[in-house]
Design a binder for this molecule. Sequence first.
Ligand SMILES: [Cu+2]
Length: 115
Amino acid sequence: MRYLSLLLLIITISLLTVGCGTPKVREVNISLTEFSFTPAQIEARSGERLRLVLTNAGKLSHRFVSEDLKASRDIAPGTTETVDVIIPGNKGSYAFTCDVPGHEQAGMRGQLEVK
Ligand SMILES: [Cu+2]
């Protein structure tokens, strides 16, 4: 009986600690319209994990692209896509744009500031 209690205790403890090793993901909402990102500036810490929640609130298709973050997503009008990124270790400014022809030039660009 004592052995069983000990076993149950061990199982309980291992179940409780399962979630602890998972790194936290911070969600950042970004809205895409013609022709801007809102917000156009995001702050993050190096090494942080972000889930970018990209909502196309416009009437045209948009395509979020960041070569620095190695991320890209097509977002149809009225839909939301997510992309998970790990923030680079180097502090500084990382660009993101919409690479549908003409959109970046029209204002669809933003920056991720890594502190
Ligand atoms: Cu666009």
